[in-house]
Design a protein around this ligand. Structure first.
Ligand SMILES: [Zn+2]
Length: 181
């Protein structure tokens, strides 16, 4: 990975992409095969989706359960940003946006994902912090506010990666999930 970082600092986008493929698809597997007992499964291969969700501790288990119930256990990459879609589109934290796009790119290269699942949630603290208002008091407005960010991010993803399906979801505090946007 040191080589990878070194390569990245050169800013050679094409070289980096090739290099990533070599290291993470080719080199990564070779490395693992050299270690007895290390599972090779999913070191390189096909994964269904990339999930973006919030960091909120209350919904970690619900989010995992939701993915399992959809049959996606061990079949998704997972990026966590406070606010989920908000974290990926807000002007307040540009580094978070960058982090999301970089992870999505690597997820595509490594695991050939087919879809991106954007999972916001109600009563989200990040939305309170960034927007300065408690949306949980007005559920309808809360839904619209999330839908706006989710839809915006979905549009950006579809523009960059038209081959990917994008889902825009909102989880309630009881773990139930609705499609919005
Ligand atoms: Zn949150």
């Amino acid at each position: 990975m040191e080589q990878l970082e070194q390569n990245e600092t050169t800013g050679m986008a094409t070289g980096r992409r090739t290099f990533l493929k070599q290291v993470l698809l080719g080199g990564g597997v070779s490395l693992l095969t050299a270690v007895p007992g290390v599972r090779l499964a999913r070191a390189a291969g096909v994964t269904e989706a990339l999930l973006l969700s919030c960091m909120d501790y209350r919904l970690i288990d619900d989010t995992e359960r939701y993915m399992f119930e959809r049959g996606l256990r061990d079949r998704y990459d997972h990026v966590v940003l406070a606010g989920a879609s908000l974290g990926a589109v807000t002007e307040e934290y540009p580094a978070w946006r960058e982090t999301f796009w970089e992870h999505l790119e690597i997820s595509i290269q490594l695991h050939d994902i087919k879809r991106v699942i954007l999972m916001d949630h109600r009563d989200c603290g990040a939305y309170k912090v960034v927007l300065g208002t408690d949306l949980s008091k007005t559920p309808g407005f809360e839904t619209d506010t999330h839908a706006l960010r989710l839809t915006k991010l979905k549009g950006q993803i579809s523009e960059r990666y038209p081959q990917l399906a994008v889902e825009t979801l909102l989880m309630a505090l009881d773990g139930s999930v609705e499609s919005v946007g």
